[in-house]
Design a binder for this molecule. Sequence first.
Ligand SMILES: Cc1cc2nc3c(=O)[nH]c(=O)nc-3n(C[C@H](O)[C@H](O)[C@H](O)COP(=O)(O)OP(=O)(O)OC[C@H]3O[C@@H](n4cnc5c(N)ncnc54)[C@H](O)[C@@H]3O)c2cc1C
Length: 460
Amino acid sequence: MSISSTRPELSIDRLRDAVNGSVIGPDDPDYDAMRSVMYGGIDPRPAVIVRVADAADIAAVIDVARGTGLPLAVRSGGHSGAGHSTVDDGIVLDVRDLDDLDIDPIARTAWAGSGVTAAQYTAAAAAHKLATGFGDTGSVGLGGIVTGGGVGYLARKHGLTIDDLLAAEIVTADGQLHRVDAEHEPDLFWAIRGAGANFGVVTRSKFGLHELDGVVGGILVLPATAETVAGFIAAAEAAPEELSTIANVMPCPPMPFVAEEHHGTLVNMAMVAYAGSAEDGQAALAPFRALAEPLADMVRPIPYPEMFPPEDPDYHPTAVAQTMFLDRVDGATAQEIMRFLTESDASMRVSQLRVLGGAAARVPDDATAYAHRDSKIMVNLAAFYEGEEDKARRQAWVDRFAAAIQQDDTGEYVNFVGDEGEAGVRAAYPGPTYDRLAAIKAQYDPENLFRVNHNIPPVS
Ligand SMILES: Cc1cc2nc3c(=O)[nH]c(=O)nc-3n(C[C@H](O)[C@H](O)[C@H](O)COP(=O)(O)OP(=O)(O)OC[C@H]3O[C@@H](n4cnc5c(N)ncnc54)[C@H](O)[C@@H]3O)c2cc1C
């Protein structure tokens, strides 16, 4: 396949000779399994998938991408909602085999390959009573979450994942491997902490680890009314930084630990984690439990890895979503949230609300390429759809929902931005952040080789 007569065609055989890793083409039996990503409805057919084994493989793949002109997508855990870890008729550079994990419990640091998942890292670190914060889902790949930010159960106590990033190794568009940190190529180190997909392929990252001997955590299911939703957010804002909460206002799934009569009714299925002593954790959770008689209360002292239960690898939901930030969830906003969720009949619809602040908010806005340190509440609106016609309907609902509750904060967290074109990129990287990224892009990727992402074209 070639995109112009002057470019060499892609040769899968030559690529096989050039790399140590495995090369999967459309004729290979595992092609369909290898090209699948987490979300259903994202179904491109790449010309080739290369599971790289090392930095030299990455350089070889980059060389082929530049030579052939084929688009290049980089894939780690495959959770991109925008579909950026795969590409039609292009090259998928898959880092899942870069899965070395080297924990130094004395120094409290870890080097982790970009193919390691959040759950794998968390389990290995917990064996030393240590942790680095990632998100709420264990199967997310470090390659994607780290280069975008990382907002999870330890964000209020210890900051985002990128706030624990001490150094990284990255292969840039010229095929060179760079080790970057605060002293070495600080501009590139700044850029990859929030916009990493634009700058190369991170092979491995060095993280700081925090002492953590379990959490008080789990699922707390409360009946959802405007009062309990607003009350939950107020309690989360007032809570100590040890407590991170994720409120999922949604129809109650048919979970065995919730009485059947509540299945399908609107509930707040909250995920909570208190990173401190059991006694203090129970005290911190008392205001939440007092909001209403819980429909289920699974919150208890647990090893931290239990916050990341095993997932079904064959689960590929089709969903539309919109991410945004809110300044507050007052009574009026909570009523709108309830109104939209009541109005929809999507099989799954959710307003996910995460109160931010704490350590993540104490990092200056310009310290990393994630520039939403003052944002108060991260919100993800989503609905499942079945088929293209339904998709348009559900997307219209999500759009109306977002417009109805939008307040002054117009930013968006890149790791949840869907296929929103330049508007999404601008929302993720406001003003000065965008300008600085575009200048650094010109230095490290002047031809925009890494463009299958929330793209920042190089400044000309
Ligand atoms: C169910 C679910 C729950 C989530 N929960 C959270 C959460 O709680 N907190 C949070 O912060 N985020 C969360 N996310 C968002 C998630 O962090 C992003 O989607 C992240 O980018 C996924 O990383 P990945 O490696 O799995 O995905 P991929 O699709 O493989 O990659 C995502 C992006 O990163 C790029 N990329 C991947 N590897 C590399 C690399 N080695 N070098 C450079 N670029 C790379 C890809 O090209 C792509 O643009 C969630 C997503 C899902 C689907």
